[in-house]
Design a protein around this ligand. Structure first.
Ligand code: FAD
Length: 531
């Protein structure tokens, strides 16, 4: 049965393509879908509530003289600690320059030199200068600004802002839409948005942790929705912790971009000693997981700091305006004093298992951006590869959908729903318990007994959950904890003190389904339906 064999009346008045999420992945996919009727359902108003808008570094692309897609792929594979899908990494790095060209065409003002060539900078674990950026550390804001404007100009794209998707609508094996509810109206009726193709682009899971750099909307809704509909998920145990979130008690924690270390800033402990000396030959530019663990240990032992006084000094306000503003708000002058830092949940390598065209294991469901797991990142993402992955696979999904399903005729209903709230999803005491559990027990350093405790707590929270939003959070958190417990080794971002080394039998990606997870907890299919 193909999508079009479903009874035609089921599509009557239906949308053509439904995209859940208005970050870079969702917007780019919508723009690449051409003139088809598209509905974007997004929890926050466009431009808000998306990690994409907060990206400081930029996008990795081998567009410089002497660089190559192969070299970029090799760095990606090396960072991924043995489990990157090499073919996926190769196609992603090969398609990078075309996607940069698309972004330029959508109006993104990437930094250029006097000859008009793209200015490139270097980040940790990249062998070349290949990060395309905007105005120093403003890449995310500029990229999203251009894409939001481009989407707003398109009459074929309807944007439902302020609606949180809660579950996928299915018919047999097919995903046929999403059920969403207006934020701030928990007792209101959910609305169903039905389409021929559904693309999940709901971003990451950082907000499942008490200390994170992600916006509150990054709470794993896409993962949980896909899991509850029966999709396979992959590599969930691999959560990247950014080593240098600014530790001033803010939620989310502001980020001190890695580019600061690229420019020579150094990590020091409370006694002023270099933290990375003797830890890794690349010192402060070592892979992110290694730096995060060293910073975590220094922070536990009395404090960790990023010292940018010599390397950046007075250029700080112009070179890194976002970081400078965050420091100023916290009463820190980074030109004169070291910045207190701590690791924070930052990026999820795992997600909905997808193939090279972004297809999930369920018919009619695609996923891209941070909510997907393409295999490009393995156990550890290379810096600035996530924006790249978002655009490469969003474009591939658009092409796949174009090839698979003829466009529905455009209708006259292309009007958006403006947000009538401030865009924030509510948090509760149970949410605080969940987030603390994740940071304390499923964090930078893990072990078996801690993970078992986490699973017990998260499963209880999931079973007692009131409301779809929290049930989704608890489901995603539980699946991450179970995946972390199952991987009895240390690899990339997944570090276990009870299995401190990598093990050959684990040199592979992991997959999990909700049914499989609940079976392992002795719960049955009735539970699954209710979860
Ligand atoms: C501070 C920071 C700096 C970063 N810097 C870089 C960088 O320099 N380079 C790089 O490559 N990567 C960087 N990253 C990572 C990168 O920004 C993200 O991985 C990427 O932007 C994810 O894009 P996305 O479209 O998948 O998700 P997002 O941009 O997070 O968008 C997700 C969208 O889904 C919506 N949403 C969520 N849940 C629901 C729901 N239930 N219903 C409806 N809508 C929902 C959100 O409102 C949002 O619109 C950074 C991340 C952070 C947090």
């Amino acid at each position: 049965m193909s999508l079009d064999d479903l009874a035609p009346q089921s599509w009557a008045g239906a949308d053509d393509v439904v995209i859940v999420g208005g970050g870079l992945a969702g917007l780019f996919c919508a723009l690449k879908l051409g003139e088809r009727p598209i509905t974007i359902v997004t929890a926050a108003p466009l431009g808000d509530g998306a990690s994409s808008a907060w990206a400081q570094g930029g996008i990795a692309a081998a567009v410089g003289l002497g660089d190559s897609a192969e070299a970029h792929a090799a760095d990606t594979v090396a960072a991924g600690a043995g489990i990157v899908d090499v073919e996926i990494a190769r196609l992603m790095t090969r398609e990078a320059s075309d996607r940069i060209a698309d972004l330029l065409a959508f109006g993104v003002p990437f930094d250029r030199d006097l000859e008009g060539k793209l200015l490139l900078s270097r980040e940790a674990a990249h062998s070349e200068r290949r990060i395309v950026r905007v105005n120093g550390d403003l890449a995310g804001r500029a990229i999203m600004g251009a894409l939001v404007a481009a989407v707003r100009r398109k009459a074929n794209i309807r944007v439902l802002e302020g609606f949180a998707a809660e579950s996928l609508v299915t018919r047999g094996r097919f995903v046929t839409g999403v059920s969403a509810r207006r934020i701030g109206d928990p007792s209101g009726r959910p609305v169903q948005v039905i389409g021929r193709a559904v693309v999940l682009a709901t971003g990451g899971i950082g907000h499942l942790y008490a200390v994170t750099t992600n916006p509150p909307e990054a709470r794993g809704a896409g993962l949980a929705m896909a899991a509850r509909a029966g999709a396979l998920l992959a590599d969930l145990e691999f959560v990247q912790f950014h080593p240098t979130a600014i530790a001033v008690g803010r939620d989310p924690a502001p980020l001190a971009t890695e580019a600061l270390r690229g420019e020579g800033s150094v990590l020091v402990d409370s006694a002023g000693r270099r933290i990375m000396e003797g830890v890794h030959p690349d010192l402060d530019l070592a892979p992110r997981d290694i730096v995060a663990r060293a910073v975590y240990q220094a922070a536990q032992a009395g404090g960790a700091f990023l010292d940018a006084r010599d390397a950046v000094g007075n250029r700080f306000p112009t070179r890194f305006p976002t970081v400078f503003a965050a420091c100023q708000t916290a009463g820190i002058d980074p030109t004169r004093e070291p910045i207190p830092v701590a690791p924070a949940a930052h990026y999820h390598m795992g997600g909905v298992l997808t193939d090279a065209n972004g297809r999930s294991s369920l018919d009619g469901l695609w996923a891209c951006g941070e909510t997907a797991s393409t295999g490009a990142h393995g156990a550890n993402r290379l810096a600035s590869n996530s924006l790249l992955e978002a655009v490469v696979f969003a474009a591939r999904i658009a092409e796949d959908i174009q090839g698979l399903t003829p466009a529905a005729p455009a209708t006259a209903r292309m009007r958006g729903e403006p947000a009538d709230h401030d865009g924030s999803l509510p948090d509760s005491a149970a949410t605080a318990t969940l987030r603390r559990t994740m940071t304390d027990l499923v964090g930078v350093l893990r072990d078996g007994p801690q993970l078992t405790r986490a699973i017990e707590t998260l499963d209880r929270l999931r079973r007692e959950a009131i409301g779809a939003d929290f049930a989704n959070m608890a489901t995603s958190a539980l699946l991450i904890a179970i995946s972390a417990e199952r991987r009895k080794e240390s690899r990339g971002a997944h570090m276990r003190s009870d299995f401190a080394a990598p093990r050959e039998e684990w040199e592979r990606r992991s997959t999990i389904s909700l049914k499989d997870a609940l079976d392992s907890l002795g719960q049955n299919a009735v539970e699954l339906a209710a979860s």
